[in-house]
Design a protein around this ligand. Structure first.
Ligand code: FAD
Ligand code: SF4
Length: 473
């Protein structure tokens, strides 16, 4: 912000650079372009230091945003990094993929008063990139080693954030994951055009170099049991996310007539990571693609199909634009890239010829009047059926917990299958076993997984120290 000689208060315009939609469609590079130093400083200087940090309150990590914005604007980037890294173990990741329009930037005073919000996420990622480039990201070197060990099940953001904090405290940390790479949905779910894979890999490398052991290709419940891990470690953290896809219930849906969203995205992420092409990997080149669903996963599928060279890409969602769970920013990106949205349309049947799917029969929906304080519901519009031709139908209807936990009869679950934990302690019903991330919250956001992983680590630290004191007493 600047004050002109005439005393007029001028706010710099918001600037966030994206690659053109045409360029984006040709590859899987990140679409948000990193700001220059001048742009980052100018954008940071747009913060009005309004006194009530609505942005900070709207950030699940309670990041000290006004302070690192001020320090960035004053070219004190190393200090800004110190502040930023105090509350977050993955600022360069959250800065890239948080739905800021619903979180920090949605709370920004400029946004509330009709100006556009400070580009908080972009500045956060920029500060962290300066830190990686200039060697300010410190290796993990605990002040003292502790004898106790912690087993972390799941190498997604919740597990990695917990491993980071626990190893810094000197615990011996082993992370188990059934995948061949660490990162969870950061590596195999979220596409490279939102988050480059090397950004995740260098976080994993830092943990490994700092002494965190990774046991990959190891499925807990199959290759090793939870009770074996409880015997092996002084505490265990369950951070295995939610992976059971919800499926479409519609006539004509056979076992091979649809593609599961996460499988589709994983195959493309594996291609980006240079893995050899496998039978059964789906590709949308020259095909007509219909994606069913309206969340972040659906948006990632439609945009992946565009980049694979699909002939047409249509997203079918039963509610309207204002009521979709995905980020408005991602819908806009998808529209810019040529995706057609069929709002208020529910799939009614899958059409096929022989074994091959040929389309989706959909029905128009209408929003009904809401009871006071309730969300508007939807109802089918009679006689409104219409067909959308398709060669590939991708189901992106959300996820629920897998029945892993059912193998452990004493592990208490909620009705929806998520793990029941103490609100502050993150302790499950099994002594010494804690849980965090999507496995507890249900499908959520990376920033919440990071927050819970960090908080659960603090609780595990407290638990183990209290136990040591009790043994000593
Ligand atoms: P996960 O990231 O799911 O990690 C869990 C790990 O546990 C996995 O590596 C899995 O292999 C492992 N595991 C599971 N079961 C076992 C077992 N039995 N034994 C061993 N290992 C096991 N959030 C955002 O904030 N922004 C986005 O843009 C965004 N986009 C998304 C796009 C997609 C396609 C999806 C599916 C989700 C997206 N999300 C996004 C949500 C976000 O990715 C999750 O909320 C977050 O990754 C949850 O972290 P987590 O650590 O709890 O679980
Ligand atoms: Fe915003 Fe997410 Fe960063 Fe918090 S972690 S400041 S919500 S981008």
């Amino acid at each position: 912000k600047t004050i002109t000689p005439g005393g007029t208060f001028v706010v710099e315009p918001r600037r966030l650079s994206k690659a053109s939609a045409e360029l984006r469609a040709r590859g899987f590079g990140e679409i948000t372009l990193p700001p220059s130093t001048e742009t980052a400083e100018k954008q940071a200087s747009r913060c009005t230091d309004c006194g009530v940090p609505f942005c900070q309150n709207a950030c699940p990590l309670q990041n000290n945003i006004p302070d690192w914005l001020r320090l960035s604007a004053e070219n004190e980037v190393r200090e800004a990094w110190r502040v930023s890294s105090q509350t977050s173990t993955m600022p360069e990741i959250c800065g890239r993929i948080c739905p800021q329009d619903r979180l920090c930037e949605g709370g920004c005073t400029l946004n509330q008063s009709g100006w556009e919000a400070v580009t908080i996420g972009s500045v956060e990622a920029w500060i962290a990139e300066q830190a990686w480039r200039n060697g300010w990201v410190e290796p993990i070197r605990p002040l003292a080693e502790r004898g106790e060990s912690v087993g972390v099940i799941g190498a997604g953001p919740a597990g990695l954030a917990a491993a980071d904090r626990l190893r810094c405290e000197g615990y011996q940390v082993t992370v188990y994951d059934r995948h061949d790479r660490a990162g969870g949905l950061l590596i195999y779910g979220i596409p490279g055009f939102k988050l480059k894979k090397h950004v995740v890999q260098r976080r994993v490398d830092r943990l490994a170099e700092g002494g965190v052991e990774f046991v990959l290709g190891c499925e807990v419940g199959k290759d090793v049991t939870l009770s074996e891990l409880r015997d092996r470690h002084d505490a265990v953290l369950l951070a295995m996310g939610v992976y059971q896809p919800r499926i479409l219930s519609a006539p004509g849906r056979g076992p091979d007539s649809t593609v599961e969203a996460l499988q589709y995205l994983t195959h493309q992420n594996r291609r980006d990571l240079g893995d050899a092409e496998q039978d059964g990997w789906h590709e949308a080149r020259d095909k007509r693609v219909v994606v069913i669903g309206g969340g972040d996963t659906a948006m990632d599928c439609v945009r992946t199909a565009v980049r694979q060279g699909a002939r047409s890409v249509t997203c079918v969602y039963r509610r309207d634009r204002d009521n979709m769970p995905g980020s408005a920013r991602e819908v806009q990106n998808a529209e810019e890239e040529g995706v057609v949205f069929e709002w208020l349309a529910a799939p009614k049947a899958l059409l096929s010829q022989g074994d091959a799917v040929t389309g989706v029969r959909a029905q128009r929906m209408a929003l009904t009047e809401a009871a006071p304080g309730e969300r508007r519901n939807i109802a089918p519009v009679p006689g409104s059926d219409f067909d959308i031709p398709a060669d590939i139908v991708i189901e992106a209807l959300g996820f629920q917990p897998e029945p892993f936990a059912a193998h452990e009869p004493d592990l208490k679950l909620r009705d929806d299958g998520t793990i029941k934990v103490g609100a502050v302690s993150f302790a499950t019903s099994l002594p010494g076993v804690f849980a965090a991330g999507d496995a507890v919250r249900g499908a959520s956001l990376v920033v919440w997984a990071v927050r819970e992983g960090q908080d659960a680590a603090a609780e595990i630290d407290r638990y183990l120290k209290t136990r040591t004191q009790e043994v000593a007493a």
